[in-house]
Design a protein around this ligand. Structure first.
Ligand SMILES: [Ca+2]
Ligand SMILES: [Ca+2]
Length: 211
């Protein structure tokens, strides 16, 4: 115990001294099955359809199974926008359809100090996850590339305005450039986090905090 404390202190101190963030626990990823054919791998911003079982590491209790409980359907979510716990956002990248993974997720990347429902506070979680399908998310790189007309990996106000114009036209609305200007300003207020006048690929794809 003392040794553990000393190690912890030494690690914290060196992190503090070097100005770096405290080292954060990681998700442990075990690939249980990887299909031979893999046309596409998951990336941040994709929509994923998964079946999963969740267990408490402490006593092996299964707290959820998408196959057995609820409507027994697999679930959709968007990767990398904190729609799910951090452990999933981090642990389900570069995954092929048909692939099965076991994730061991420390509490800080799961439900933390509070816990949730059947999950007690400070629980390490184990998930068996099978990826059923991948789709382009609304904040996928494909959508970004479509909007980025000059391929410089950032969206200018003009590009966003042009995108809005096309979208409105596609849905049969009359063009109203004053309205679009207002919308563009509003979008940039929310999305251009570093205020450099452009929406970068990163600002576009990562909706919330960093993973
Ligand atoms: Ca651009
Ligand atoms: Ca920016």
């Amino acid at each position: 115990m003392l040794l553990a404390c000393l190690t912890w202190f030494a690690t914290s101190f060196s992190a503090y001294a070097s100005g770096a963030k405290l080292p954060e626990p990681e998700v442990k990823i075990d690939v249980l099955y990887r299909p031979f054919l893999c046309h596409r791998k998951t990336k941040l911003g994709d929509m994923l359809l998964v079946h999963y079982e969740g267990f408490l590491e402490s006593n092996g209790t299964m707290f959820h199974s998408s196959r057995i409980l609820g409507d027994k359907h697999p679930v959709w979510f968007t990767l990398g926008i904190r729609e799910v716990i951090k452990g999933w956002d981090r642990g389900l990248q570069n995954m092929c359809v048909g692939e099965k993974r076991k994730l061991t997720i420390p509490p800080t990347l799961g439900y933390g100090k509070e816990g949730k429902g059947k999950i007690p506070p400070e629980s390490t979680l184990i998930f068996d996850i099978e990826l059923m399908e991948i789709r382009n998310g609304p904040r996928s790189h494909e959508s970004f590339q479509e909007m980025d007309l000059n391929d410089d990996w950032k969206l200018s106000k003009e590009e966003v305005k042009e995108y809005l114009r096309k979208e409105f036209e596609r849905h049969g609305y009359p063009a109203n450039s004053t309205h679009h200007e207002v919308m563009v300003e509003d979008i940039f207020k929310k999305e251009d986090e570093d205020n450099d006048g452009f929406i970068s690929a990163r600002e576009f794809t990562y909706k919330h905090d960093e993973l």
